[in-house]
Ligand binder design. Sequence first.
Ligand SMILES: Cc1cc2nc3c(=O)[nH]c(=O)nc-3n(C[C@H](O)[C@H](O)[C@H](O)COP(=O)(O)O)c2cc1C
Length: 367
Amino acid sequence: MPVNALFKPFHLGHLQLPSRVVMAPMTRSFSPGGVPNSKVIEYYRRRAAAGVGLIITEGTTVNHKASNGYPNVPQFFGEAPLAGWKKVVDAVHAEGGKIVPQLWHVGSVRRVGTEPDASVPGYGPTEKLKDGQVVVHGMSKQDIQDVIGAFAQAARDAKAIGMDGVEIHGAHGYLVDQFFWEGTNQRTDEYGGDLAGRSRFAIELIQAVRAAVGPDFPIIFRFSQWKQQDYSARLVQTPEALGEFLKPLSDAGVDIFHCSTRRFWEPEFDGSDLNLAGWTRKLTGKPTITVGSVGLDGEFLQFMVNTDKIAQPASLDNLLQRLNNDEFDLVAVGRALLVDPDWAVKVRDGREQDILPFSRDALMTLV
Ligand SMILES: Cc1cc2nc3c(=O)[nH]c(=O)nc-3n(C[C@H](O)[C@H](O)[C@H](O)COP(=O)(O)O)c2cc1C
């Protein structure tokens, strides 16, 4: 099947992408001290030079003491980390690419002992105790305002260093999603209750980011039904409920929804072939990004545990058909681009036989 649909430009206001291929955000843990270094700069530059239209960086933490959950994750605050990101931006732009940071707070996933301040526990919507010790600090309204302020400042900084937009990480069971999900949000104040109440945190956060960056700076919002704590969890069960969930987020200032699924070809609801990105586009009228096992024959969570499995390159026909039908606008590619910086140009130039398979070994180095 012709692949041109993937290599048509995309326009949204001032954002002009040379192709529909988006690099999915992937934590790589190669930024000691929270600073993206020359290897990280080169890693992103290579993808921009090889057909990727938009890079969404790995999750990068906002300026709050509990935002980080893992070693060697880059920060999106402080002089040295922002100077590092500025070099990444300049390198990507020099290749004609576009880039946005994925702004991240891990919430209750954080454990005591994690950098930068080992004494700080996870922060989440609801307090959690274990053996009399606070393992998750239940967030006060002041904590909520502090985190919202940290996201807004990060977005302001993104704009100041020349990023092309921001992505807010609202998916996968991290902080924003912990507020959405009833399994992790048992608050009785206005930030809890039904899904509308549990969405208040995200809505205020998006509004604050929008106010910080002005009307023309793209805001991408990533969300998912699945949680890393429960792969079968769902926020909504019907298209109507999805529409009700998305409307206030869309009205708050989201420009593009990034609909995270593990397999892009799976219908989201019975009775229609549309996937989550398809339904989201239809219900909100906003552009969407699809993601999940594009170009590979095994889904990514199988590869996050110890395994010697290898994901082999797979046909793009189903994806191209959906893209040609305008089911979604953009296509995020994770592992295939992690292991092979030239994935997009190989697809574009019909060099499928040269595409590299993915195995966990690829996580050990930045290429
Ligand atoms: C090593 C690795 C790290 C990831 N880190 C993040 C992350 O920081 N933020 C995020 O939203 N998703 C993250 N993901 C999920 C990817 O963005 C993507 O949704 C997932 O890999 C499915 O796409 P794929 O099947 O093309 O790999 C990560 C995935 C991998 C493989």
